[in-house]
Design a protein around this ligand. Sequence first.
Ligand SMILES: [Zn+2]
Length: 202
Amino acid sequence: MSCDNFDFDIDATASDAERINAIAGHYREIIKLIGEDPSREGLLKTPMRAAKAMWFATQGYRQSPKEILRQAIFGYAGSRMIVVKDIEFYSFCEHHILPFFGTISIGYIPDGAMVGLSKLPRLVNAVARKLQVQERLTAEVCREVAETLSVKGVIAFCSARHMCIQMRGVEKQMSSTDTIDYLGDFESNHALRQEFLAMIGK
Ligand SMILES: [Zn+2]
């Protein structure tokens, strides 16, 4: 494939552009293999559009959760729980490369520092936008906060719908999956976990 009239609406370097071109070439093959004609008019630009969409949706491979959090850490003397609720995310299940998406709520108990609130949604984005499973996404969010920020404890509750369940297989159309993970004070303190769940309305 050539790089001619490669019009980028996403942030990509020259070597990224080569990789996106290669992905588009593979999409073209997939379109053929499923029995379609990639040269019919409606599909002419589809491989490149799909490649760019995939590149965007997997931007987590090119981001550092720790760097995102470190951009806005402030000294803070408070010791009560801080909760950011219902952060939307979009991810791909690593077993079927089909979307799963939902919300994740994060609570932490500061230990001398807090993080700018807009950084937690960006952290979730970086952890979610790659091939993932919901359980690991929930655990990674906790671990990144615990490793980067000074906290006494961190907890995350995730609720998601999986297209690999809804579009295929058992077709339990409206089911959703909940996962929870926690570290530090939340591990030993049941009341603290209850307080968090009450704050997010669970
Ligand atoms: Zn799946």
